[in-house]
Structures are given as C-alpha cells and as structure tokens.
Design a protein around this ligand. Sequence first.
Ligand code: DAH
Length: 368
Amino acid sequence: MTNDDIPNLTAFDDAALDKAFGAVEQQAKSDAAAIDGPQAVEAFRLRWLGRKQGLLKEISTRWLKASPVEARKPVGERFKTLQALVEGLLEQSSVTGPTDAALAAEAIDITLPGTRRLTGAEHPITRTLNEITRVFAALGYSVGVGPEVETDFYNFESMNFPPGHPARDTQDTLVVANQDRRPLRDRLLLRTHTSPVQMRTMESQPPPVRIIIPGKVHRNDAQDATHSPIFHQVEGLCVDSNITFSDLKGTLDHAMKALFGSSVKTRFFPSFFPFTEPSADVQISCIFCGGNGCRKCKNSGWIELLGCGMVDPAVFAFAAQKQPAYDPKKISGFAFGMGAERIAMMKYGISEIGQLYAGDMRFLGQFV
Ligand code: DAH
C-alpha cells in the first residue's frame, strides 16, 4: 500500500468508513508483523507516521480534511483509533526488538577461534637501548639527548678532532650541501657518534655530571653483515672531582655484569680516541663459551665491546668556554661509548645486522 492506494472516499456512512479504516488497520498490522530488526522498525515509522509522506498524513488529508461537516466526527474518531493502533504497533516492535530471524542472521559462533590481535613490542634495538639505559639509571645517571643533525664543532672540533686531523677520516659521514660560506665549525652534518652530546650536556650544566645518552648515528660505511650506515650508540659521561680510572673500570665492569650476567669478566686494552686520554677498549669474556674459546670469539675467549677513557683536558677546555667550572685542574671524568646493534646481536644471537632494519614480521615476531 502506497499513498496513491489511499482512495478518496465517496460515501461517509458508518459501513463505508468501517470498511475503509478496516482495510488500512489490516495493512498496519501485517506491516508490523513483518518487522525483523531495528532498520525495519524505522522504516515502519517512516511509512506510517512520516510527517510529510506518511500514510496517516495522506489519510488525514484525503479522508479527514475532505469529509463533509456532518461526517467529521465519525471520521475523526476512527482516525484517532487508527493513529493509536499504529503508534502502539510501533512501540511494541521497538520494545520487542529484532525477531529470531534477525538475531540468527547476526549471531556469531563462539566455538570458533577468535581473531588474534597483534600485540606491539619493543624493537630489539629499542629494547637494548632501554636495557643499557636502565643499568646506568640505577647508578644515578640521567638520560641525555642531542640532535642527529649536528654541527662540525660539536661532532668533531669540541671532541678534540681538529680541522684536517686524520682522526676525522675514521668517521666519514653525510654533510649538508651548500654550506661553503659558513665557518667550518657551524657546518651541519649527520652526527657520527653520540659523543657530541657530552659537550652539549657540559655546556648546559656545571659538574658533577652523570649522563647516559642513547641515540642514532650515521657513517659512510658500506653495509655488510655487521655494519650499517645508520646505527645506534649509547654514550656515557661522568664528571666530578676525583674521578679516577678505577671508577671507570668499576662502573663498566658492573654494567657488563648487569647486561650479560654476573659471571662475565672484563679487561681493558690501551686504545686511542681523540677525546679521552688515556683511552681503552673494553673486552668481555666470551658469553658464548665462557672464555674457553669458540668460533664467536675467534678462539680468544674475549669479545671487544666498547671504547672508553678519561676525558681529555682539551675537551674540558672547550666546555669551560661556557661553564668555567670544567677546569681540568679541579675536576676529572670518564666517558664511554658502545654500539647498540652489536650488543643486541650478541644478546639475541642475530648474525645479520640488516635483519634489525628489514621490518620483516617473521623476524620481529620473535621479540614479542
Ligand atoms: N665515539 C666513539 C665512536 O663512535 C665511541 C667512544 C669511545 C665514546 C670512547 C666514548 C669514549 O665516550 O670514551 O667510535
């Protein structure tokens, strides 16, 4: 039944009215019976009670308004009854809600296995950076950060790599183009190590300093199984009065035991870094063979893991330009730096550095 199916009434006697209203009521009842869900309830409401196009509106126009004066009352009464019926039907179906058929269509089989949601997890590099940071945080170190796009001054000069010094060749990197008019010290490059954050930290606060600096660094190194042009380091710096080499040894020995297990031993070998004097490379007893010698440690029983040393007085002199308290005659300190990928690869038995960057879920899923 559409609006056009509502006939104009030609007779207004009781019998004619009963017949006309009766047909419409039947229709309303069968419409209501067919309701099978919330959408059908709304469709029923629109079809019958819609303000502009609803069937009741049409009936009111054609039958009520068009009726002769003497028929107004009987038509009006029947119209009210019809309206009450339709509203009642609507209310009933809204309350009753969807029919069994509609429910069955929406039902889920709770015996089927559910959809597993992937849980995120820390990337092994992030996890390693955090683990190292936590070990030093427990010793009272705070966490420092610095820019990845760094000036020549912070990356090299203030770390005691003078312009033209061959030590710079060991840390080649990408430099920002078209800076020839700037003084060398202001030219921008991608930092080759986290060491410049040592200087930024000292410039911003007087001693004592105990800071641990995790971060991303860049080098012009060809990618191979153990090298990547982008990698991560953790830098440490401790400055106070009377800091000695034995403080450095004690701190790093403790940190290596905390990271790799209490049976790990450390040993210190003379080395060179421009910003430390004396400098040392730290080796730990091989965590794979316990120091007996195996393929991983090339049968030496030892694995080289990080660089360190006592802060060079020349570095303090740069810091003292902004913070006079960094007077090498009054204070001393040690610094160290380690590669996060190398440590992650050892801890988790990863043989290809590229796996850490490939974003392959079959690899990453092992760390959930
Ligand atoms: N910056 C050095 C590098 O990238 C690592 C390093 C060695 C940092 C010794 C230090 C240190 O602070 O004392 O090769």
